[in-house]
Design a protein around this ligand. Structure first.
Ligand SMILES: [Zn+2]
Length: 289
C-alpha cells in the first residue's frame, strides 16, 4: 500500500473533480439512454438533433460545451445546459465525497453510490421514473459493499455498524452484523415509502407513488443504514413539501393532484445524509443526554 499521506490533499481533490466530470459525462449518457431502453455502451454518443457522431475532442466534459458555444458542431442545434450541469455537479459531489471519506478503500464504493443516486435524480426529474436497471443492481451493490467494506476499512465506515456491533449483534462476525444493518436499513427505507404510498392511496383513492421510490429506498437504506435512512426520508419529505407548496402557490388553480418526482428529494437527502448525517444525528442525540 503506497503512503497516501505523502500526496498533497489539493492534488487528490483535483483528481476527484476531473474523475467526477468524466463520470458525469457518462451519467449524461445513462440519463439520456436508460429511459429509452437503449444500450449505454454502444453506439457512440450522437447529436440528438442531427445524429452526427460526436468526436472525442467535442466530448470533453464541460470544456467542449463552452468551446462549442453550447451548439452542435454539425447542425448548430443548442446543446442543453443539463449536460455541463450534470458534469459539474458530479465533479463537485466527487470532491465532497473524497473530502468526507479521505484516501480509503471505501471511497470507490461511496463514489459509485453517489453516481447511481445522481443518475436516479436526473432521470426522475425528466421522466418521473426510477428505472429498475439502476435500482436493482443498486441493491446488489449495497449488499456487496456491506460485506466488503468492513474487511477493507474496519467498522467505522457505515453509520450503523459501530452501534449494531455493540448492541444486539455483539460477538457476531462483522459481515453478519453489516448485512443485518443492510436489511434493517432497507426495510425501514423501502417499508416507510411503501406505507406512505399505501396510506395516500387509501385516503385519496389515487396512486401517489410508483414502486420506484420504494426500490430506490431499499437500495439507499441497505447502503446507509437505518439512522441515515430516517434522516434521508425526513430531508426528502421536508424539501419535497417546501418545493411542492411553492409550486402549488404559483399554479393558483389549486391542483392538488400535481405529482412531484419524489426521487429527486430522496436522492438529495441520501447524499446529504451520507456526507453530514452521522455528525447531525450524533449532535441531535446529544441534545437529550
Ligand atoms: Zn447536431
Amino acid at each position: 500500500m503506497p503512503d497516501l499521506s505523502l500526496v498533497p490533499p489539493a492534488f487528490g481533490y483535483i483528481l476527484a473533480a476531473v474523475f467526477g466530470a468524466i463520470i458525469g459525462s457518462f451519467l449524461n449518457v445513462v440519463i439520456h439512454r436508460v429511459p429509452l431502453e437503449e444500450s449505454i455502451v454502444f453506439p457512440n454518443s450522437r447529436c440528438p438533433s442531427c445524429g452526427a457522431v460526436i468526436a472525442f475532442y467535442d466530448n470533453i466534459p464541460v470544456v467542449s460545451w463552452m468551446l462549442l458555444g453550447a451548439k452542435c458542431r454539425g447542425c448548430k442545434e443548442r446543446i442543453s445546459f443539463r449536460y455541463p450541469a450534470v458534469e459539474l455537479l458530479t465533479a463537485a459531489m466527487f470532491v465532497a465525497v473524497a473530502w468526507h471519506v479521505g484516501p480509503s478503500a471505501a471511497l470507490p464504493f461511496d463514489l459509485i453510490f453517489v453516481s447511481a443516486v445522481l443518475a436516479l435524480i436526473f432521470i426522475d426529474a425528466e421522466h418521473m421514473i426510477l428505472p429498475n436497471v439502476i435500482t436493482y443492481p443498486g441493491m446488489v451493490f449495497a449488499v456487496v459493499a456491506r460485506i466488503a467494506i468492513p474487511y477493507l476499512t474496519g467498522t467505522l465506515h457505515f453509520d450503523d455498524l459501530p452501534w449494531l456491533s455493540q448492541g444486539m449483534f455483539a460477538g457476531m462476525p462483522v459481515w453478519v452484523t453489516s448485512l443485518a444493518g443492510a436489511v434493517i436499513g432497507a426495510l425501514i427505507g423501502g417499508g416507510s415509502l411503501w406505507l406512505m404510498g399505501w396510506t395516500w392511496e387509501k385516503l385519496r383513492g389515487i396512486e401517489a407513488m410508483g414502486l420506484g421510490d420504494v426500490k430506490m429506498m431499499f437500495m439507499v437504506g441497505a447502503y446507509v443504514g437505518w439512522r441515515l435512512t430516517i434522516l434521508t426520508i425526513f430531508v426528502g419529505v421536508l424539501t419535497g413539501s417546501i418545493v411542492g407548496v411553492a409550486l402549488m402557490a404559483r399554479q393558483r388553480d389549486g391542483n392538488m393532484q400535481m405529482l412531484l418526482p419524489f426521487g429527486i428529494f430522496l436522492g438529495l437527502g441520501s447524499i446529504a445524509s451520507l456526507l453530514f448525517g452521522t455528525q447531525l444525528v450524533e449532535w441531535y442525540a446529544g441534545q437529550f443526554r
